[in-house]
Design a protein around this ligand. Structure first.
Ligand code: C2O
Ligand code: CU
Ligand code: CU
Length: 479
């Protein structure tokens, strides 16, 4: 009964607001929103004839014990579809960005220059850094100006990423191409026998979906429905290319998968064959977890290991049931087996009953995206915490009518999931996380500890939700 009312409300909102969108596949898209399984039918028309783009891996320059990198944010031209140029944004190039190789405990300096004609910021997603380097508060880099950011990461090895975070422009700037990666390594993980030869058996896999016109042009426009549901649909691309192929060695290949989309959840699989997840957002799991399907929400990362032994000479990675990346087996040899133990995660042994619990209720209606019934207010501090304090955050996705998933992200921290719907989370969610996906009706409890300083934020990583208000801020006080 409730569902029927929901659908008719939804249709009214389409009639009222979506007139500007004369997209022919509108009907298909609105129904796919309901199942949240965007089908990338257009991908089926594109052949696997372009090789996967492997972004440059930068090691920086060591100056006075500081690892120094240059990032230039600029406009470029890129072909998401072969032969069809469109304007894009990128870090140091036309699309996406480099991989910055950082070492735990090493001081890092990044000289950023903004060559765009609009302001931007750089946020280090998953990095435990304080307010002045986080790229949210007072961090606008104006057009044609520069900014230097410094931080030292004291957290375990992980695949982190960076993207813009300027108020009300995050979604469009990410959509236009701005997303780069950080490979953080530490002493322990450097000893592990896991694939780590960049571009040979270790690859970043940034998955995004974007709408392109028939001329292959990218344009960020959102109608009312897209503001409420997030911008999704169209073509699915891996590292900026629709339907690429990649050469993989004999044995194990490590894919560091990032959901860099604005709003789409991806169901990733190898057509029902097994792979292993070895890391979640904030680092290695205790041991490899065998899986047949991985669900990744916007902002989340997972490192997976694929064994060429189980693949055909030509084989595929599937997302939401569609082939999106072709694997071509070669004869060069990689590792053949994984270690049993990957890392030691601190056991959660706090007396949870003694910790303070904060409640966060996420809700999308046909009009707004809110946390605890409120849209984000820059002038309002939602709460304060003490540095070093641990808290339980009880997060609820209370969408009944809209049925939207919400990937909840916390800045400046890596947390542990204590419970998902009253149960221990699945094995692949028991490691460090900075983003946790909640389907409608889900309830997740996380354990958060604050080690940084200043004001920071939490928000839904559906970027249109973040921009329309599903965000809050809090202050960490050192005393
Ligand atoms: Cu990746 Cu505030 O986000
Ligand atoms: Cu972040
Ligand atoms: Cu959301």
């Amino acid at each position: 009964m409730k569902k029927i009312i929901a659908v008719s409300l939804f249709l009214t909102s389409i009639a009222g607001y979506a007139m500007e969108d004369h997209n022919s596949n509108h009907k298909m898209e609105s129904s796919s929103h309901h199942s949240h399984m965007t089908k990338f039918e257009k991908n089926r028309e594109i052949k696997f004839e372009r090789e996967l783009l492997v972004p440059p891996l930068l090691k920086g320059k060591l100056i006075d014990n500081t690892r120094v990198f240059d990032l230039d944010i600029k406009k470029g031209e890129w072909e998401f579809l072969k032969g069809k140029k469109t304007e894009t944004y990128g870090y140091n190039g036309p699309i996406l960005g480099p991989v910055l190789a950082l070492e735990k405990g090493e001081k890092t300096r990044i000289n950023i220059s903004n060559s765009l004609s609009e302001e931007t910021t750089v946020h280090w997603h998953g990095a435990i850094v304080s307010q002045e380097s986080d790229g949210v508060h007072n961090s606008d880099i104006l057009p044609n100006s520069k900014k230097t950011v410094e931080f030292t990461l004291n957290q375990p090895e992980a695949t982190l990423w960076f993207h813009p975070h300027p108020m009300h422009k995050t979604a469009q700037q990410v959509y236009k191409g701005l997303a780069g990666l950080i490979y953080l390594s530490d002493e322990k993980s450097n000893e592990l026998a896991i694939p780590r030869e960049y571009g040979f058996n270790d690859f970043p896999i940034v998955i995004q979906d974007k709408k392109l016109s028939s001329e292959g042009k990218l344009e960020y426009k959102t109608n009312h429905i897209e503001k409420i549901h997030g911008k999704s649909g169209g073509y699915l691309m891996v590292n900026g290319i629709v339907s690429p192929y990649m050469n993989i060695p004999k044995g194990l290949t490590r894919l560091r998968v990032i959901n860099g989309s604005n709003a789409t959840n991806y169901n990733i699989d190898l057509s029902n064959r097994s792979f292993f997840q070895i890391a979640s957002d904030g680092g290695l799991l205790t041991s490899p977890v065998e899986m047949k399907k991985l669900v990744l929400a916007p902002g989340e990362r997972a490192e997976i290991i694929v064994d060429s032994e189980i693949l055909e000479t030509k084989d595929y990675l599937y997302i939401n049931g569609v082939k999106v990346l072709e694997f071509r087996k070669t004869n060069r040899e990689s590792l053949s087996k994984l270690p049993k133990n990957l890392s030691i995660l601190p056991e959660v042994k706090d007396d949870l009953t003694k910790l303070k619990t904060l409640n966060f209720t996420l809700k999308t209606t046909s009009k707004s995206n809110t946390i605890n019934g409120e849209v984000f207010d820059m002038e309002k501090m939602n709460f304060q915490v003490k540095k070093g304090e641990k808290q339980i955050w009880n997060i609820v996705n209370s969408d009944g009518m809209m049925d939207m998933p919400h990937p909840f992200h916390v800045h400046g921290a890596q947390f542990r999931i204590l419970e998902r719907n009253g149960q221990l989370p699945p094995l692949n969610e028991q490691g460090w996380k900075d983003t946790v996906n909640l389907k409608a009706g889900d309830n997740v409890k996380i354990l958060v500890e604050y080690k940084t300083d200043g004001i920071t934020v939490y928000h839904c990583h559906i970027l249109e939700h973040e921009e329309t208000g599903m965000m809050g801020q809090f202050q960490i006080i050192d005393r």
